[in-house]
Design a protein around this ligand. Structure first.
Ligand code: HAM
Length: 420
């Protein structure tokens, strides 16, 4: 018989981790909903052309796309991120701006799988379409900051930069290209190849031998138009007004090409691996138009769920939510009593569990312990003949006999007392 394992870069999220994932998304929902963002679900695969807008020269498009021709002959791809899908959706449905949406779910990139970098990974994110107000940038960044705080993370650094308008960016890329061409002898063969495709990405080089040449490269700030520079100044002023700490990092170029003006990234200093970016985003004022819609500015971010949870583990915050039962019903009379009582407890809103397969009292007691239940309700043949159940507190061992027909009410009242 063949035996199967998850393919590289994919993982099973087993219980109880999956519960933690869900509450991560719920916390995010709670924060962004307060700021008027509404949930959107975009398809997991789209026409390849939608994602080609992420940039002809980016790794995401050239190397990492999960694309295929479907049975109808359409060239489609699994989404590597959700911003392009949201903008395609805006262009298709033309909602009234400002349009503020949030999303969660898996994305797919054929990356070199390693700790914190997967081929299927989850994100939560927001997109706000229809305004280029710099204070909207601040509001969007503040949502991510609030979320990291809500999780309890203390070691997340916000890096910001401005990539200017498309003309500024083009002039900067040209200047960078000329600069690196002039010092090409100092570049590794990999960076020379990157230079051909996308000079901006040479700035990302982590190779020691290239740090000097990268450090002396021109900075984007020298190429910003007055409008872009003023926009960036207002973003920084807004962040200051909210007391949000940030580092201006002029080497922050991001891995997708649709960005202009404000870009930002959140780095966890608690993570030791190379994968320290827990989230990132920025403005993409030309993307909706690129996808066939009206000229519409936009800004958003995505937070990597997998990686942010690794940061939570490293900082020992955002523990797994409790999955304990409220009550465990032990029944040695055949199981029908447990079946009925569990049902009644669940109808009353309490988590109830039981053992299956007519197991002995001792084994059922052990299972009750393991379930973490606050109370055990025990029904043996003696109890059944007397029409009672033994209610045992699993916290202090205190036990009492309660008439079978009022045991649910009795235990429910006790549980309400405990939780209030
Ligand atoms: P991104 O920087 O490509 O931006 O991804 C955002 C976050 O997703 C990263 O900071 C990281 O935490 C996580 N992530 C990315 N790739 C992987 C991977 N292979 N494995 C695990 N986690 C990963 C975007 O996706 C943009 N759509 C963000 C955005 C929204 N910009 C504007 N609006």
């Amino acid at each position: 018989m063949p035996s199967f394992q998850t393919t590289p870069g994919t993982r099973d999220i087993l219980p109880p981790d999956a519960v933690r994932w869900r509450s991560f998304v719920e916390e995010f929902d709670a924060i962004v909903s307060l700021a008027g963002f509404q949930h959107i679900v975009v398809p997991m695969f789209e026409d390849l052309g939608v994602f080609q807008r992420l940039g002809d020269a980016t790794d995401v498009v050239t190397k990492e796309m999960y694309d295929f021709v479907d049975k109808g002959g359409r060239h489609v791809a699994l989404r590597p991120e959700q911003t392009a899908g949201v903008c395609r959706s805006f262009a298709q449905h033309r909602p009234l701006p400002p349009w503020k949406v949030w999303y969660s779910g898996p994305n797919f990139r054929y990356e070199r799988a390693q700790h914190g970098r997967y081929r299927q990974f989850d994100q939560v994110g927001v997109e706000a379409l229809g305004s280029d107000d710099p204070l909207l940038d601040v509001e969007v960044i503040a949502l991510a900051v609030d979320f990291f705080q809500k999780l309890g993370l203390r070691n997340v650094v916000l890096n910001i930069n401005s990539l200017g308008d498309s003309g500024d960016r083009a002039r900067y890329v040209e200047a960078l290209s000329q600069y690196f061409q002039a010092r090409i002898g100092e570049l590794s063969p990999e960076s020379v190849a990157t230079l051909e495709r996308n000079p901006l990405r040479v700035l990302d080089s982590k190779r020691d031998s290239e740090q000097a040449v990268v450090a002396q490269a021109p900075f984007i700030s020298g190429f910003l138009s007055d409008e872009a520079a003023s926009h960036f100044a207002q973003v920084k002023q807004g962040l200051d007004a909210l007391g949000i700490a940030y580092v201006v990092n002029e080497r922050l170029v991001r891995g997708l090409d649709y960005y202009c003006r404000t870009t930002f990234e959140f780095q966890s200093t608690a993570l030791e691996s190379a994968q320290t970016a827990v989230g990132g985003g920025g403005r993409y004022d030309g993307l909706v138009e690129d996808l066939g819609g009206p000229a519409t500015p936009g800004i958003g971010f995505a937070i990597g769920l997998d990686r942010t949870l690794l940061a939570c583990d490293a900082e020992q915050v955002f523990p797994h939510p409790s999955t304990k039962a409220d009550v465990f019903v032990i029944d040695t009379t055949g199981g029908l009593q447990a079946l009925q009582l569990c049902q009644q407890f669940r109808t009353a809103g309490f988590a109830s569990e039981r053992a299956y397969g007519g197991r002995a009292m001792k084994a059922q007691m052990k299972a009750a312990d393991k379930s973490g239940a606050t109370y055990a309700v025990i029904i043996g043949t003696d109890e059944l003949s007397q029409g009672v159940a033994t209610v045992k507190s699993m916290v202090d061992g205190y036990q009492e006999e309660i008439p079978l027909d009022s045991v649910v009410e009795h235990v429910a009242a006790q549980l309400r007392k405990v939780s209030s």
